[in-house]
Design a protein around this ligand. Structure first.
Ligand code: 0RA
Length: 676
């Protein structure tokens, strides 16, 4: 399971990191493509009608994600300019009314006439769809852009666009309405600078809601800045200025000299690291670039972030496979050579060498193939060997050259192996063949009388006292209660397999009836609704987290099939005179109080009770509010595999990063609201 940084990050911190690159000159050496542009580099294909007809094909959809894609797409073009070595600064301005300007100091989009279309290159770039390589294959070595569709898509989906190019000593501007140019580019003032500024106004005919998220934009651009060394990305929000001077607009600037090495530092912030010096390699072979940074932490979980052409590959792919196999191999080779592993002992496994590992893997290649459910998995076979060979050579040298770090890393991996073996032994005792057979139902389970699993429900309740209320309040026909003693589970960073071997959990598994591991049989599930009912406090959240993790890891099918629920007890009881109502959220509470406004004004007696725990409710109340199928609201837990990777990533990158265990808690919110 991915891990997230433990500390809450301050967004202002990056501002101070925004040092300007000292060297202003643009590099002219390796990594650069030919700098003279000619018209034949542009493959003209088709107009923009298809984009307006089926926007989803180009930007994924017309919701908020699609809307933000417009920004990513324009910024990608500037980042391509930066990767080609011609651009050092990018600025994104959010204007009032959610217009956006993206400015860069690259070469500027060419403005001369295109031989085939007889139109300016600028208009060709802005108003025609380009297939495959950005400009007929030769223009750029690599190109970002989710679909590589380019800025014309943004033009097609905007009510209005202005392109301003500084190039060849002059400023040129051209305007477009819904993808169509209004006249030719106009030559304006003379200038020594070069660059491009695109201002676009997303089309309300296309997008349901036009409101850019500062947080989303900041997170995306921060990540892009990490992935593109030596480019400064500035973001300015002028939307809420209301006449105040522009200097007061909120703004952030990102500039990371260290690239993904800086990224790694950011991810490991607040973590205890196993060794001081991170490993870092950047290498280009032929048309491929491989960049890897890694450092071990004392955590149990690892964190592996991978990218291809600056696009997050949440489902991994060939580059990640190459990385993993080289890591395992390099460490095992080193361990044998230095006698950490004796001749007859077994090798460290992939899991052993990845425990607590934070790694960022970024590759750039000419023709990336994205596969998988969310197109977030790199498929190019050649990347496996490329990354593997770069990683094996470089990481082996690192280990040789850093004996102290090597020793620390070995220690960490050997410990992981030991722990894995111990955990396996513990797990084996739980799930060994027949271990669950013939066991009688645990005494603490208050079972229901029905034997029809479809109608049966199992409430897993926190604490004995709440368990007592639930037992008295339930409908014993179909509702069973399993009281869980909180303390047992409340082990910080408990290894799951240890949890599995606890007596408490063993009893729970027996109650479920399915067995676990190889022996698991969903057909034997005794209850089709398993409902986690915990207090609305931190401990409750922690127990819920552990239970969810347990179910995800060992009973995934059960979650997949929609058997797992989370009960929603009320937070308040609002009593006005003799009438009382329950509030399940703060908003509920305010609404209820609002409804009683008249009576309250007339001097009615108001009593607001906040429930701190389930135990504060009597059996009748618990039934009315939380257990009665006619009245209750429950959340159905879902494993949304397709988007999980994305979300995990969002959580990881989030500006409001709470402690790690909160991460699993947030899974509880990825659930469908369901009134049963
Ligand atoms: C076509 C050719 C060249 C640069 C660009 C497009 C270009 C596009 C964008 C979009 C945003 N910023 C951009 N900067 C450059 C090459 C120009 C040359 O050879 O001088």
């Amino acid at each position: 399971m991915p891990r997230k940084p433990a500390k809450k990050r301050q967004t202002t911190r990056e501002s101070s990191q925004a040092e300007k690159p000292t060297e202003k000159e643009k590099p002219t050496t390796t990594g650069q493509t030919k700098s003279s542009y000619s018209a034949k580099d542009i493959t003209v294909l088709e107009g923009l009608d298809p984009v307006r007809k089926r926007p989803g094909m180009y930007i994924g959809g017309t919701g908020l994600d699609g809307l933000h894609h417009l920004v990513w797409e324009v910024v990608d073009n500037s980042i391509d300019e930066a990767m080609a070595g011609f651009c050092t600064e990018i600025e994104v301005i959010l204007h009032k009314g959610n217009k956006v300007t993206v400015t860069d100091n690259g070469r500027g989009i060419p403005v001369e006439k295109h031989k085939v279309t007889k139109k300016s290159a600028l208009e060709t770039v802005m108003c025609t769809l380009h297939a495959g390589g950005k400009f007929g294959g030769e223009g750029y070595k690599v190109s970002g852009g989710l679909h590589g569709v380019g800025v014309s898509v943004v033009n097609a989906l905007s009510a209005q666009v202005t392109a301003e190019v500084r190039r060849d000593g002059f400023t040129y501007t051209q305007e477009y309405i819904r993808g169509e140019a209004k006249g030719n580019p106009k030559k304006g003032q003379s200038t020594k600078e070069t660059g491009t500024a695109i201002t676009f106004d997303p089309d309300p005919e296309i997008f349901k809601k036009i409101e850019f998220s500062w947080k989303k934009i900041v997170e995306h651009l921060r990540q892009q800045a990490y992935l593109t060394k030596n480019v400064q990305i500035k973001i300015i929000d002028e939307r809420e200025l209301n006449g105040k001077p522009k200097e007061l607009a909120r703004s952030l600037a990102f500039y990371f000299e260290g690239g993904i090495k800086s990224y790694l530092g950011h991810l490991n912030e607040g973590e205890k690291v196993v060794h001081e010096t991170p490993f870092y390699i950047e290498k280009e072979i032929d048309d491929i670039s491989v960049e890897i940074a890694l450092q071990y932490t004392n955590e149990i979980n690892g964190l592996e972030l991978s990218f291809a052409n600056n696009i997050h590959t949440g489902e991994g792919g060939t580059h990640v496979m190459g990385f993993r196999s080289a890591l395992t191999r390099a460490i095992n080779d080193y361990a044998r050579k230095n006698d950490h592993i004796k001749a007859k002992e077994e090798n460290l496994s992939g899991d052993d060498v990845r425990e607590g590992l934070s790694a960022v893997i970024s590759v750039k290649l000419k023709d990336p193939q994205f596969e998988g459910q969310t197109k977030a998995k790199l498929g190019n076979a050649e990347m496996r060997t490329a990354v593997q060979s770069v990683m094996l050579t470089a990481f082996s040298s690192y280990l040789e050259e850093h004996p102290q770090e090597a020793r620390q890393i070995m220690g960490k991996c050997m410990l992981a192996q030991k722990a894995r073996k111990a955990a396996k032994a513990a797990k084996d005792t739980v799930i060994r063949k027949g271990a669950m057979d013939g066991l009688t139902l645990p005494g603490k389970l208050a079972d229901c009388s029905s034997r029809k699993p479809e109608e049966c429900e199992l409430y897993i309740v926190e604490g004995d006292s709440a368990g007592g209320s639930a037992k008295q309040g339930r409908d014993r026909g179909f509702q069973a209660i399993f009281p869980l003693r909180g303390k047992i589970l409340n082990i910080e960073r408990a290894r799951l397999d240890k949890v599995l071997s606890s007596k408490e959990i063993k009893s729970l598994i027996i109650a479920l009836g399915t067995g676990v591991g190889e022996e698991m049989d969903m057909g034997k599930l005794r209850y089709h609704r398993i409902i986690i009912m915990t207090d609305a406090d931190v401990d409750g959240a922690h127990i819920r987290t552990l239970l969810l993790t347990l179910f995800y890891r060992h009973f995934e099918k059960l979650v997949e099939d929609g058997h797992l629920y989370i009960a929603q007890p009320p937070l308040y009881k609002v009593q006005v005179n003799k009438k009382s109502e329950y509030a399940y959220t703060d908003q509920d509470r305010d609404e209820i109080l609002d409804n009683f406004k008249g009576e309250i004004k007339k001097g009615a007696k108001v009593n607001l009770q906040r429930y701190k725990g389930l135990g504060e409710m009597n059996p009748g109340q618990l039934w009315d509010t939380t257990m009665d199928p006619e009245n209750r609201t429950m959340y159905q837990v879902q494993v949304e595999d397709a988007t999980k990777a994305d979300r995990t990533f969002d959580t990881l990158m989030g500006a409001e990063v709470a402690p790690r265990r909160k991460f699993i808690q947030t899974h509880a919110q990825y659930v469908k609201n369901l009134d049963v």
